[in-house]
Ligand binder design. Structure first.
Ligand code: BF8
Ligand code: SF4
Length: 698
């Protein structure tokens, strides 16, 4: 696969998504390049790719190459293990910084809401506010919502820069895990501090021991998983609502030929939540109609998309590699971006169309874009301004090309909802799932997460893993661009139950959840940590995450955030497998430390296996080994027969059919929740019509 990935791929091998292939042919027809085509001419540097290049000081860059590369050193004497580990640790720090700074922004917004300075926002989920206050040791009894919210925001902000103590969320890990971290000295202290310390240690001439460097990477990553990312998820839930299942659609076909299309792309839910309101504002819809459009259509790309899909049912236009393809449709009036995973290529590309690229974060500007700075103190005004810019731009459209692919999906599975589904509001638990794993109906659990990467066929690894896992009775959770990939291929539709193995199918029907659960954006990988911790403490499956028959995969990883996530899962006890290629491949020592070394130390590890078959085989091997260690019955696929559809799935199917029928009659549905659980969900589409559907049946 490594060698294959360096070849020029025929167009058909660039993606498994027919919408992407259609748009790539269209791009070629227009003489326009994309990341897919640039990858044909920009080969990855094999030295940097494998971790053998050090550019930490100006005596170098030193590149350790040749057959005896591992016997060579850089000018300062740094060996391959040090060079590869140092680079890896810096990737972890970069990823932690990105996620956690996003978390900090959420805390700042919550603070502004609590002090009454952020018009348009409010605490939407008071129940979650109380739960989070409990984690943070903040009293709630007899206190006003905003008083509690202010304390929550301030304690959250302290986690970034506190001068002593540990990150408070580390207490949410199992007692065994907390003890292990303490014993190893890797309990993270403050988020900013762990990032700074890795940057310090990996400066020229400081930490020169690969094992010690990688240990600091573990600690730093934990500041993300059990710090910045977890805070980000929780505070987003407080502000915008804890997700519960809802249905929507995915892929470029969600763009509408006759509507003003606005795409939100990036990661933060703050401005995009306001854009949801603006796109449903009758006054703005009337303005759009006056401009000749049928309405305003909001869609998302990357994790901003996941944030508003999970909470408002806003359709997803695609994942990371769809960002340029969306502009190429010619049907996007405005693409609004905030932070992370935004390609600079959008600047020049959008100038070839009428599309206005709007940057909104003071941290993220792009040449060629219009900058409309987002400020939580005047968010509704900013959102309205952006939507009006889109409406005004509708008249400037040239020819459009929207590929007609859109798949239905169900998203919005929070940890809270899974508890609720397995025991109701007052007896929420994970007992049914644990029992099913113990009995062998469910073989194990797999998280399939992360990015797209042009160096592999778009979505192929992700979809292959999901498909094989559910057929083999492994329950799957997905987040980020992987969730979107799975959805585009139809794996997040309730229909997919037909593709699940008999044991998994039976259990999912009984609990009333699909076999592939969309848990959210990439910061929401913290939800997976919470789920795994609860499964581990529920009883019958050991005491900690490293006892569980579970595996985490990131088949198409691309960025530093993915590396940070993989590392914090390993540090939390999970076996993690990444595809594409290993950033420490050049060093036998670093590779050994991150696999067998970390397994001995923390029970989890991080492996890089670029071949899909080998990745899958290794996943099952890891899951089955944990089953055996727990002395559970070996998985036996012939043990359980087929079962019929439960009422629950019949209901989802009926709901989706209703939606399709409405669409055929020309009634636009924005997507709405199937199950009214969390407050803040409504069947009101804001465009004057609601579903005639009786919620009581759901
Ligand atoms: O944070 S999966 S390409 S969009 S980094 Fe980026 Fe990767 Fe997508 Fe979400 Ni996550
Ligand atoms: Fe070379 Fe050492 Fe400088 Fe790295 S730190 S560039 S190995 S001299």
């Amino acid at each position: 696969m490594d060698d294959k990935s360096n070849d020029v791929k025929p167009v058909a091998a660039k993606s498994i998504d027919p919408a992407a292939l259609e748009m790539l042919a269209h791009a070629e027809g227009c003489g326009l390049e994309t990341a897919f085509s640039r990858a044909d001419t920009m080969k990855p540097c094999p030295i940097g790719e494998s971790g053998a290049c050090c550019r930490i000081c100006s005596m170098g860059p030193c590149r350790l190459v040749g057959k005896d590369a591992e016997e060579k050193t850089g000018i300062c004497g740094a060996d391959m293990g040090t060079i590869a580990s140092r680079h890896f640790a810096r990737q972890v720090a970069g990823g932690v910084a990105a996620h956690s700074d996003h978390g900090r922004d959420m805390a700042m917004t919550l603070r502004a809401v609590a002090t009454g300075e952020a018009a348009g926002y409010k605490v939407k989920d008071e129940q979650k506010l109380h739960v989070v206050a409990g984690y943070l040791g903040i009293p709630t009894s007899g206190r006003e919502v905003n008083e509690i919210a202010l304390d929550v925001a301030d304690v959250a902000l302290q986690q970034f820069g506190q001068s002593h103590g540990d990150i408070v969320y580390t207490k949410r890990a199992t007692p065994k895990r907390q003890a292990k971290w303490r014993e190893l000295g890797i309990t993270p202290r403050a988020i900013d501090r762990e990032v700074v310390e890795v940057m310090h240690r990996t400066h020229e001439g400081v930490d020169l021991d690969a094992e010690n460097i990688l240990k600091s990477a573990l600690r730093c990553s934990l500041a993300d998983g059990w710090g910045g990312a977890m805070l980000s998820t929780d505070i987003s839930d407080i502000l915008f609502g804890t997700p519960s299942p809802l249905s929507s659609e995915v892929n470029l076909g969600v763009l509408k030929a006759d509507q003003v299309n606005v795409i939100v792309h990036g990661h933060e839910p703050t401005l995009s939540a306001m854009l949801v309101e603006a796109s449903r504002d009758p006054e703005l819809i009337a303005e759009a109609k006056a401009a000749g459009a049928e309405g305003i259509n909001l869609a998302g790309i990357c994790c901003t998309s996941n944030e508003i899909l999970m909470r408002y049912g806003i359709p997803a236009a695609g994942n990371f590699l769809h960002q340029e393809l969306a502009v190429l449709t010619g049907a996007v009036e405005v693409m609004v971006v905030d932070v992370q995973c935004i390609m600079q290529a959008l600047g020049p590309l959008s100038q070839r169309f009428h599309t206005k690229l709007v940057t909104t974060s003071p941290k993220a500007k792009i040449p060629g874009a219009t900058h409309i700075e987002f400020d939580e103190h005047r968010a509704p005004e900013t959102a309205n301004e952006i939507v009006r810019l889109a409406i005004a731009n509708y008249a400037n459209r040239g020819p459009i090309h929207i590929p007609d692919y859109h798949e239905p999906l169900v998203a919005g599975f929070s940890h809270e909802y899974l508890n609720y589904m397995q025991g109701g509001f007052h007896r929420g638990s994970f007992r049914p799932l644990n029992d099913a794993i113990i009995a062998g109906r469910v073989r194990g659990l797999a998280g399939v997460v992360g990015c797209n990467n042009v160096r592999v066929t778009q979505d192929e690894g992700i979809v292959e893993m999901i498909k094989r896992f559910i057929a083999d009775d492994v329950m799957v959770v997905v987040t980020g661009c992987a969730a979107n990939a799975g959805a585009k291929a139809g794996y997040l539709s309730p229909e997919i139950l037909d593709h699940a193995g008999p044991g998994l199918r039976e259990v999912m029907e009984a609990i009333g959840i699909p076999p592939v659960l969309h848990l959210g954006s990439c910061v929401d990988n913290s939800r997976i940590l919470t789920v795994l911790t609860q499964v581990a403490t529920e009883g019958g499956l050991g005491e900690d995450i490293d006892d569980l028959p579970a595996v985490g995969l990131c088949p198409e990883w691309m960025c530093e955030k993915a590396i940070a996530i993989g590392t914090y899962f390993a540090a939390s006890g999970a076996h993690v497998i990444f595809g594409v290629s290993s950033p420490v491949k050049a060093s036998t020592e670093a590779t050994r430390l991150m696999t067998t070394g970390w397994e001995e130390m923390v029970g989890g590890d991080l492996e890089f296996i670029p071949d899909w078959d080998a990745m899958y085989a290794r996943s099952l091997e890891l899951i089955d080994a944990k089953r055996a260690a727990l002395k559970l019955p070996a998985y036996d696929p012939s043990q359980y027969g087929d079962s019929g559809d439960s009422l629950f799935f019949a209901e989802i199917k009926r709901y989706l059919a209703d939606q399709a029928a409405e669409a055929e009659r020309g009634v636009e549905t924005v997507g709405s929740p199937v199950y009214p659980l969390a407050e803040g969900h409504s069947h009101d589409h804001g465009d004057g019509h609601t579903h005639s559907h009786d919620e009581g049946e759901a």
